[in-house]
Design a protein. Structure first.
Length: 95
């Protein structure tokens, strides 16, 4: 009972914190002058360390697609690491 257990959030909670979903209308309603001359950052709050957005060109759940080659011959590699089981909490340390 004297041992202090290491606490970490569930993988889906950590993924929700680290991955940002794109806003539907990041520059405001159609025709709005807001940020007219600024690049869209897809985020209305400041970026935190470790946050990033999902890529449309990558598998969302990489563990389901491990060791499976892509079907299109011109596609890039899946960047599999079959010897590693990386959880979202460990993912930022491996980059």
């Amino acid at each position: 009972m004297n041992k202090k257990e290491h606490y970490s959030d569930f993988a889906n909670v950590e993924a929700m914190r680290n991955y940002v979903t794109p806003e539907q209308l990041p520059e405001g309603p159609y025709g709005a002058p807001r940020n007219k001359k600024k690049a869209v950052l897809n985020k209305s709050t400041p970026w935190r360390e470790g946050q990033r957005s999902y890529s449309a060109f990558n598998y969302e759940n990489k563990s389901l697609h491990e060791d499976l080659p892509r079907q299109d011959p011109a596609s890039h590699p899946t960047h599999d690491h079959p010897n590693q089981d990386v959880k979202p909490s460990q993912e930022e340390n491996n980059q």
